[in-house]
Design a protein around this ligand. Sequence first.
Ligand SMILES: [Mg+2]
Length: 403
Amino acid sequence: MEDTAGAGPSATPPLYVPAPSTASPAPARRLPSLRHAGELPSALDCFHVVNPARSRLAFLLDYDGTLTPIVDDPDAAILSKEARAVLNDLSQRYPVAIITGRSREKIFRLVGVRRLYYAGSHGFDIVGPRGQRDREEMRASAADAERNHRLPRHSSFIRYHVAESSLPSLRHAAAQLHDVLGLAELTMDGERDGASGPGRQLSSSPPDAAGMAACDLRESSSDHSSIAVAMQPEPTSPQYVDPQLAAEYADMLRRHWDIPGILVEDNHYSLSVHFRKCDPRDVGTIEKLVDSVAYENGLRKTHGKCVFELRPAVKWDKGRAAEWILETIENEEQRHVVPIYIGDDVTDEDALKVVIQRGGFGVIVTDDDERETHATMRLRDTSEVLRFLHNFASTPGEGQVGL
Ligand SMILES: [Mg+2]
């Protein structure tokens, strides 16, 4: 499979090139070994350690299980008014990013707060606000355009797509899953076409006009920019499959499967196969089916909380997305930032490792004392997450975000 980054050959000239920051390099920290969550201090007791008066902080946050409680139906994980207010206040003071497995469009609708970076599909699809430096470029471009009677070429936000060449494979995989599971077909605008059996559906909410209007980063064909990037994803190693297994995979895809409770969520740059509501005895079959679709389409399977994910087969995850966002913020602000990452799932461990190695703080959200994690602090649930964030949202930090 060919791996690409950026917006493709028809893209407009690069507008924003994350370059090595002129800020002092972050002190490299050794990655802590895995520990049980029960051994970790509560992040609520560590405000003085993080010390917003001393460091320029940046907040990177997971969504499901972190900002909203985990629910059976992913479409029902609505952000509370309180959480939205905290994010809004926090973004007035610090750079804030949401990094999630959900599609970028859906996380826009669910959060609807301006000024944030949004990294959808586990970081394969990132947008963010243009900062002071870009706004100065935009003003210069607009002035130049006015003098020369041209349209300004700069847009209002930055954007990064990873492995765009995998989109046809993902769409084919979605159609295959739809076909063998007998799910309602999903149109590109999220409306279902055809009957859906009880407990079996292909999930994608239609656009919410109010939510989109609340967000400065709403889609518009004339409001996008492509950017040159400093980080290129590497292909993953080819998957070895023996002939016997390949034959079993092919057989899986020739049959029709009636699996009550299964839900397939199309996140555009990834697919989520949720089995939270399925009979546990069906999970083995579901995994084999997902393996079959992954093999057939050259995609990579990963595993989260009661969900299998299909992603492009490149080395890119929430950790790489966090790195890209932090490089971009540091380039914009021309100084070192201390990141705080908060997440609850195994897919968040990559990002927890990245922020700790950059001298930041990794916070796991779990009520399970036996949970193994690379995090160095712990919060028990989403209400503790909001209390933690509220502390920073209401306390003067080293400076305003300046966006
Ligand atoms: Mg989560």
